[in-house]
Write a protein that binds this ligand. Sequence first.
Ligand SMILES: [Zn+2]
Length: 121
Amino acid sequence: MKLPLIIENSPLARLARLKLGTRSVAMVLGNKIHLSGATREEFLNDPYWVAHEMEHIRQFEEHGRLGFLRRYLLGWMRYGYYNIPFEIAAREAALLNAPLYTRGQPLPNPADMHQGPKAKL
Ligand SMILES: [Zn+2]
C-alpha cells in the first residue's frame, strides 16, 4: 500500500493540535499527511492511525479539496469534532483497515491506538 507524503513538524498540524488540545495530531491536506507532536516513525508504527488518515485521504479524493473542507467544517459546526461524519467514518476505517498498514509487524491492541480528542469541540 503506497503511503502519501508525510510532513513532520507541520505548522498547520501544530495549529490543529493547539486547537484540539491533544498531544499529537495528524492532519490530511490533499494527498499529504501533516504531523505535529509525533514523528513519522511514531505515526507509521500505529497502523490504526495510518488507516484513519488514509480514510481522510480517500474522502479528500472523493469530494475534492473544497468539497471535503466545506463538509468537514459544516460537520464540525453541527455535531462537534468527534461526531463529524468524516471522523466517524475514519474511526471505523481505522479498525477495519489497520491490518493493511502493519508493515509486517503484529497488529497492536486497538486499545493502544492513537486517540484523537473525545471532547465536544
Ligand atoms: Zn480524523
